[in-house]
Write a protein that binds this ligand. Sequence first.
Ligand SMILES: [Fe+2]
Length: 465
Amino acid sequence: MDGLGSSSLSFIVVLVLVLNVALFCNGGKTSSFVRKAELGVDMPLSSDVFQVPPGYNAPQQVHITQGDHEGRGMIVSWVTMDEPGSNTVIYWSEKSTRRMKAEGQVYTYKFYDYTSGYIHHCTITNLKYNTKYYYVVGIGHTRRKFWFLTPPPVGPDAAYTFGIIGDLGQTYDSNLTLTHYERNFQQGKTVLFLGDLSYADRYANNDGVRWDTWGRFVERRVAYEPWIWTVGNHEIELNPILNIETTPFKPYTHRYHVPHEASSSIDPLWYSIKRASAYIIVLSSYSAFSPYSPQWLWLQLELQNVDRSQTPWLIVLMHAPLYNSYYDHYMEGEPMRVVFEPLFVQFKVDVVFSGHVHAYERSERVSNIAYNITNGDCTIKRDQSAPVYITIGDGGISKAWLPNYSAYREASFGHAIFDIKNRTHAYYSWHRNRHGYSEEADSMWFYNRYWYPFDDSTASIQSSM
Ligand SMILES: [Fe+2]
């Protein structure tokens, strides 16, 4: 070998290998910003954010979510404490004086020594797109009035802005996160909520009072824009120790209704909606997902039903991340990754949002689906057909963390915005809570996997995988 001896060649090979390992292990960027370390403290019951609205039997914990598959329906929910009261919602379009009425239903539940208030759910249908509606609840006792905006018609170039929050809880940090989201100039119109709502299960006997306080805390936003609910582990509340509480998800499923039947789902823990140019699939990390389970069977059909010429942006929500390089909850999503990841790659999912890990992380487009048990090919690879995996489990509950590799990770609280511009481009940004202020700490231009499937990797990792 002329000019380059075998020892030199060996040295270069070793050097390349070492560099590859170093790059792979270090991946992208680990932010040097670390939030203060103390454990998140819940706001006291006397906190002003938990105030009960005045008036006899006044509706409280008012919240809305999409009520159909296309975005022309809204589920309006509220709780009354003194008596059941009316199930009626009166609503009208900003452009009309004609008052309309919808009738809902009322539910209660007991959990050990806690009895819920009267939980009302009322679905409004046949709303006009792109319209402001006012609505009133509490008919016959104390009326309260709110409003919401309906989305644009489902279509490939409908611009729309989603906020993304996970693991919110009711700590002082939770309040900061919600405040920062509210003040974000990009103005999210709907929140994709990634599970773990109230953390009431951290209290003795899973104190339902902390579900009520959480409902009152978030009302200031969720009464005015729909939040799309995903179930987390803190909603399981399976408590055989309490002897009589053996039904999982009991408080959550009574308090938060979703339009699962509109997407032919048999279970409110997994379902889908269309909103503007997005098709959003919500999955349950805590329901069976193995092949031939109801959730797996549903997802197979569901993905085939997605028409990217109508809804270019295919977004999946789940609580436990499939890719997570923190020590906390490491590999918890692995069983689901093995089952669902090939589908996500086959159907070119744009992005998977998760919570659960109480920090922030964004992956590059990677997959690990080649392994067939005989080929030994079980290494994560860059894959432009794969989704970006984003963990936003950093609403307000703190926990220890340790990084390993990814495109970007940071142990802060915060929220994100997914701003769809048209069928090809969406601007994604993550906003950390920094000493009482909010600032953009990570961002990425998403190229749509169906309409514009070019490499949209961020520069920091392009050479490493
Ligand atoms: Fe969780």
